[in-house]
Design a protein around this ligand. Structure first.
Ligand code: NAD
Length: 377
């Protein structure tokens, strides 16, 4: 029991729900962190090696992200233990069972994350009507297909450039993880002159100082091949992506990939975090001391959830793109200015901004963490 409260503080978590249904081979954990701003939105992550701890931390990251982006939503997250590449019929049964198990848990709105996609969200909507990140066929804005998060990241990079003094044209970028976030971030940044010199996925990494053709690589990945199938680049071990010298390093894979053991290997001027909590606190501190600018995850990668929240309100795709651009640019600027003026790391400035917004919301609710007001959803 004490273990469960190890992460508890003034902001949450409000609820932790373990879901177990052996007939569907379903084991999942839902953490609803804080709903003072509104019902929580956060992704469903499916992987064989997810953990409850990861879920607690990611749920808090969503509270901060949603409040920093000034959305009428709190933060939550779900992890599902399983191989995301399982047969489709099995996955459908699993996701439909999960949705039904949480039918009445209206403090949480399902969203996509690693291992789940628009199709999964359509199954959830079909069962219980409460999901975002839907396919177009049911009126959604497919945020991974259009690259909502990558679009926001490209704007975070643009705003950060004057703080580290180099141009985007010709800037060398390295992307760790070439999925929904990584490939679109690379695509949008390349369209503005940056050059992709290194990239990895779960199966390996490649390096070409002269530049890697992003459209070709996307085609390769879409056909199911790993990035190492890319012909015009040198193959490397997966973790060697950390050593590639560049101007912009974008983590877009898993948590804690950069830690005290490997942070000294990074040779970059700017880190813009696409993945959630990709660096340990210690690693981020080391980078800050070395003078490497690091735009934190929940400021830089808010594009996906902004898009999801707008979809929930019935907004158009064009409006979502515009809002992502405005919000990510404004927040990145505000955070980097505060960090510079107060001489604190960008993450400390970002947490101050987000926490202040959560506190303000909590101060006007009947209970500090939740509300039972009718019509809340
Ligand atoms: P995805 O499943 O589409 O892609 C993940 C990519 O990372 C894949 O290419 C995979 O092969 C690769 N990968 C996995 N482990 C790796 C490792 N150890 N080293 C290198 N590559 C590895 O997932 P995604 O939607 O792109 O999400 C990536 C990250 O961004 C996650 O942390 C997710 O929580 C975060 N995020 C996603 C969104 C979104 O809109 N999809 C929004 C905000 C944050």
């Amino acid at each position: 029991m004490e273990q469960a409260f190890r992460f508890a503080d003034e902001f949450g978590p409000l609820k932790v729900i373990f879901v177990y249904e052996p007939s569907a081979d379903l084991k999942a954990v839902l953490v609803v962190d804080n709903i003072a701003r509104g019902p929580s939105i956060g992704g469903v992550r499916m992987a064989p090696d997810v953990s409850s701890e990861e879920c607690f931390r990611l749920a808090r990251a969503m509270t901060l992200k949603n409040s920093a982006a000034d959305l009428p939503h709190g933060g939550g997250k779900m992890v599902v233990f399983g191989d995301p590449a399982m047969p489709k019929a099995k996955k459908e049964q699993l996701i439909r069972t999960l949705a039904n198990a949480l039918r009445n848990e209206d403090t949480y709105i399902f969203g996509p994350d690693m291992g789940t996609d628009e199709q999964c969200m359509a199954w959830v909507r079909d069962e219980i009507g409460r999901s975002v990140g839907l396919p177009r066929a049911v009126g959604g804005i497919p945020l991974d297909e259009i690259g909502a998060t990558g679009w926001g990241l490209s704007h975070a990079v643009d705003v950060a450039l004057p703080y580290c003094d180099f141009d985007l044209k010709g800037a060398r970028m390295v992307v760790q993880g070439f999925g929904a976030v990584g490939k679109h971030a690379a695509r949008y940044l390349a369209a503005r002159g940056a050059i992709l010199v290194g990239v990895s996925d779960s199966r390996g990494a490649v390096h070409n100082p002269g530049g890697i053709d992003i459209d070709e690589l996307i085609e390769l990945k879409d056909s199911g091949a790993p990035v190492t199938a890319c012909k015009d680049a040198r193959k490397l071990e997966r973790e060697a992506v950390i050593d590639i010298e560049c101007d912009i390093w974008i983590p877009a894979a898993r948590p804690d990939v950069i830690n005290d053991e490997n942070v000294h290997r990074l040779r970059t001027k700017l880190v813009v975090q696409g993945a959630n909590i990709p660096f340990t606190d210690g690693a981020e501190k080391t980078l800050h001391e070395k003078g490497v600018l690091c735009v934190p995850d929940f400021i830089a990668n808010a594009g996906g959830v902004i898009c999801a929240a707008m979809e929930y309100q019935g907004a158009s795709e064009a409006a979502a793109f515009q809002t992502i651009e405005e919000k990510v640019r404004r927040n990145t600027k505000e955070v980097l200015e505060a960090a510079r003026n107060k001489a604190i790391p960008p993450r400390a400035a970002a947490v101050e901004l987000a926490v202040e917004r959560v506190r303000r919301a909590m101060s006007v609710r009947r209970y500090s963490l939740f509300s039972s007001a009718p019509g809340f959803i």
